[in-house]
Design a protein around this ligand. Structure first.
Ligand SMILES: [Zn+2]
Length: 577
């Protein structure tokens, strides 16, 4: 026993010598390509997206769908998911080296997987699903065809979203660590550099808490900023992106290090991260810049309340400039191929004090308490931990609208908004709460509940809230057939469904009383039925489609169509497994 223990200690000590290396050393680097196309990316690993860090790489597919997708290694199919947003149709394969590869936004699956999934869909009468499989139940070989590239889910153009995860923790790993090379010889580009005052009572000119620092580009790899000449506690922010040789897409960077007197005081490196990190993304970037200018400024100092897995706690990026002391500030920004931009930030010793202020915007929403704002006929409740740190939220009660604004940080937890309603409205089934977000004038319909003449709903966003009634029914339009048609030569039935006011909540279709799988593409408002899914023993097919919107308005479409009785080997509705 003692011997074993000593061995283990030696082993751990050995690993700690290579602390960066140890995480990856067990993995198989000889993985193959998921797609037979050059690695031309429209998004890279760790890139900042509105609500999350991009967990994989987006491989461009020439604006087309239908490229073969192949497993990058031997493994076992562990999960298939189909969702209307996010990953769309996605496949998860667990490999024997402790990694799982993920392929998302697929158009369809290979026949082997499609057959299993369709059976599940018919048995459970559902299009969307999240199905887990026992390990070693469905074996997948390296380079085996698993599906076809597409544009399903939250994708805004055809591409393959490809991920590699650590199977045990489900943390995502940078795919480039597995040998996927990029054609990139360009240094990252600097757009803007900012200095932030980190003292609540100190401000730059015009009461601003941050200041743009102008810079000069010396060469492709070097930039020098104007001198900083302040005394106090500061942080640096940078707006930067990386471009690869073959595309114009502005991708995220791999690594940023901030040095003070040649010592690293903040270090971002996207080798791996946790899905939980997305919770803190708006503390990692300047959220106000994102909201107001749609720009992604990375703050090179950590917020007290944020706990990002890829940052070191002891390097917080806080810089204190004292009077009559010299400082040497430098920023290095790298892409994955090692192209580096070096930014020198000179400091001027005879410096200025910032403007002192007596008061700053006090918080009214504190993280450790529930807070209710009760107006005569409306109410809002902020629960504990509504934010990750105390905030000031502007709350205005304007006639029939409740206006809630906080430009500094987004909500961490949903708020409850309620309106008192008159008796005659309390039986209205099409009533809900309307929400207009900051900039757009588009109304989001929040499905609501009525209890004791109180209409309430929960929202994860602030904005203008009011009572909304949607009495318009969803529309249903057959696209490639009409009532009375013979459809023997057709493989698919296509219908368009739409709801302008509140949006589609659910739909359900049947032929001759049997549930049919209607694949739904919300972007195209399209429902598709594969006529080869089911076998009918009659020429006459009675199609019924029910569609319901978020405000409980229902529409029904009925058609009689005709089709030759085909010979089908598998009728999915009668399958048992
Ligand atoms: Zn992606």
């Amino acid at each position: 026993m003692i011997l074993k223990k000593i061995n283990l200690y030696i082993f751990l000590a050995f690993l700690s010598l290579f602390s960066n290396y140890k995480i990856y050393c067990q993995y198989n680097y000889q993985k193959s390509n998921p797609i037979d196309l050059p690695l031309n990316l429209s998004g890279n690993f760790g890139e900042i997206r509105g609500t999350h860090f991009h967990a994989g790489i987006d491989i461009k597919t020439n604006g087309k769908e239908g490229y073969e997708i192949k497993s990058i290694d031997d493994g076992t199919l562990t999960r298939v998911s189909i969702s209307l947003g996010s990953y769309g149709k996605a496949i998860y394969i667990k490999h024997y080296d402790g990694t799982t590869s993920v392929y998302a936004h697929l158009k369809k699956f290979s026949k082997k997987i499609e057959d299993i999934i369709k059976r599940f869909q018919y048995n459970n009468k559902t299009f969307v699903l999240n199905k887990f499989f026992k390990e070693n139940h469905i074996i997948i070989k390296k380079n085996e065809l698993i599906g076809y590239s597409g544009n399903t889910g939250g994708s805004s153009g055809p591409h393959l979203h490809f991920e590699i995860r650590d199977s045990k923790t489900q943390n995502v790993l940078n795919p480039h660590l597995f040998g996927y090379k990029l054609n990139d010889s360009k240094e990252p580009v600097i757009k803007r550099i900012f200095l932030y005052s980190l003292n609540k009572f100190e401000r730059f000119e015009n009461d601003k808490i941050k200041k743009n620092i102008p810079f000069k580009v010396i060469s492709n790899s070097k930039v020098i900023t104007d001198s900083i000449n302040y005394i106090g506690k500061f942080g640096i922010g940078v707006e930067t992106f990386d471009q690869h040789n073959l595309s114009y897409n502005r991708n995220g960077i791999y690594r940023i290090e901030l040095l003070k007197n040649n010592e690293i005081i903040y270090n971002i490196k996207f080798d791996r991260f946790s899905f939980n990190d997305k919770k803190y993304i708006n503390y990692f970037i300047d959220y106000k810049e994102l909201k107001e200018n749609n720009s992604k400024v990375v703050k090179l100092f950590s917020s007290e309340n944020s706990n990002l897995s890829f940052l070191k706690k002891e390097q917080n990026g806080n810089i204190t400039f004292k009077e009559n002391v010299d400082y040497n500030l430098e920023l290095n920004i790298y892409d994955f191929e090692g192209n580096k931009k070096n930014i020198i930030i000179p400091y001027k010793k005879n410096s200025n004090y910032l403007k002192q202020i007596k008061f700053y915007e006090k918080s009214n929403i504190n993280i450790d308490e529930k807070k209710t704002y009760d107006f005569e006929n409306k109410k809002v409740i902020f629960f504990k931990n509504s934010y990750l740190e105390n905030q000031f939220v502007s709350i205005k009660n304007l006639n029939d609208t409740l206006v809630l604004v906080n430009k500094n940080y987004p909500l961490n937890k949903k708020i409850k908004v309620s309106f008192k309603i008159k008796n005659e409205l309390s039986t209205n089934k099409n009533i809900g709460i309307g929400l207009v977000l900051d900039k757009s004038n588009k109304i989001k319909f929040l499905p609501s509940i009525i209890e004791n003449n109180e209409l309430y709903s929960y929202s994860d966003k602030l904005g203008s809230f009011f009572i909304a009634i949607d009495s318009d029914k969803p529309t249903i339009k057959p696209l490639n057939f009409k009532n009375g048609d013979w459809v023997s030569k057709k493989r698919y039935l296509k219908l368009e469904i739409n709801d302008l006011t509140s949006g589609i909540k659910k739909y359900d279709g049947s032929i001759n009383g049997k549930w049919i799988l209607l694949e739904y593409d919300p972007k195209k408002k399209l429902l598709t039925y594969d006529l080869e899914d089911l076998k009918y023993d009659t020429h006459k097919l009675n199609l019924i489609l029910n569609v319901e919107d978020l405000a409980n308005n229902k529409s029904i479409y009925k058609a009689q169509i005709y089709r030759d009785i085909g010979v089908l080997e598998n009728d999915l509705s009668t399958s048992t497994k």
